[in-house]
Design a protein around this ligand. Structure first.
Ligand code: CMP
Length: 301
């Protein structure tokens, strides 16, 4: 029987292993090259929003690679294993045999199949000898995953130190740390506006925010207080479906970062759990009182 194997323009992916077990291998490169690769990533629409430490890890793990004039670097429809950055040369991008564009130094390509787990969306052919840098899928995904887990651990540490959450079990806080979005605000940016409907609950993770409040629509808001890392706000409007009772404005020259939880997650993970704990506490208290009145030993309960 003939064994059919897919023909790919790229080297095959190594044996699958758990992404976290991938040993990240750094390749030596000059500071100038690192800066060049970093700028290329920051100029790519699909990668520019990665965290800076993720970008630096990708840059560290990129290795040099050359393709001869006329060679097919990426074949449309392939599974795809590498993300490339062009250092020298020109490539042609085509889809369904139609040329879309040409690209030169400083351009990232091959990112879509790796970022979105799809097959190659276009073919890329070298129009000259090309000097490239590449990183493989496993390394790329391991960097993404590690950064995600580090973030989750950081979030969990912050949540554990919040007074309102001190009665919540760690597994619940762990779920919350998975569900929050990390959002950044520039100095002076309004995070919550008085009178607006509220859909989110916020925890300050970095920087300071200022609370202001106006007596009426026509009054100028006046300063109430500052909140810092570990403080939270926004729960009132989520619980009672009322509008926001105050303004919250980012007040930090280095910007503010908040962990943001949507209304439904807040209700399911936090509000319901806190009311259940409160209910249990009242039942325990009532039992204790009954025991005390009847003279039973409370240890029998
Ligand atoms: P990927 O789909 O992994 O492999 C083919 C690459 O071609 C793709 O990632 C992009 O980097 C690039 N590409 C796809 N479409 C275009 C386009 N219209 N213009 C420029 N580059 C493209």
């Amino acid at each position: 029987r003939i064994k059919r194997t897919a023909i790919s323009a790229e080297p095959a992916q190594h044996k699958k292993s758990k992404d976290l077990r991938v040993v990240l291998q750094a390749f030596d490169k000059s500071d100038r090259t690192k800066e060049f690769l970093c700028d290329a990533i920051l100029n790519n629409d699909f990668m520019k929003n990665l965290e800076m430490d993720q970008i630096m890890s990708i840059v560290d793990c990129m290795y040099p690679l050359e393709h001869k004039d006329g060679s097919l670097i990426i074949k449309e429809g392939d599974v795809g294993n590498l993300v490339y950055i062009m250092e020298e040369g020109t490539v042609e991008v085509s889809k369904n045999s139609k040329v879309l564009t040409t690209m030169g130094p400083g351009r990232v390509f091959g990112e879509l199949a790796i970022l979105y787990n799809c097959t190659r969306t276009a073919s890329i052919k070298a129009l000259s000898n090309c000097k490239l840098w590449a990183v493989d899928r496993q390394t790329f995904q391991a960097i993404m995953m590690r950064a995600g887990m580090q973030k989750q651990t950081e979030h969990l540490e912050l949540l554990k130190n919040i007074k309102t959450f001190e009665s919540l079990r760690e597994d619940i806080l762990s779920k919350v740390s998975d569900a929050v979005d990390q959002v950044s605000y520039a100095d002076g940016e309004c995070i919550v506006r008085q009178g607006a409907k509220g859909d989110s609950f916020y925890i300050v993770a970095k920087g300071r925010v200022q609370i202001t409040q106006a007596k009426s629509k026509w009054d100028t808001p006046v300063y109430v207080r500052h909140l810092e890392r570990g403080d939270s706000f926004g729960e009132a409007a989520l619980q009672s479906e009322e509008t926001r009772p105050f303004n919250v404005i980012a007040d930090d020259p280095n910007g503010v970062t908040c962990l943001v939880l949507d209304r439904q997650s807040y209700r399911e993970m936090i509000a319901d759990e806190l009311s259940r704990l409160k209910r249990d506490e009242s039942v325990r208290y009532a039992r204790k009182a009954t025991t005390f009145i009847s003279g039973e030993d409370e240890r029998d309960l």
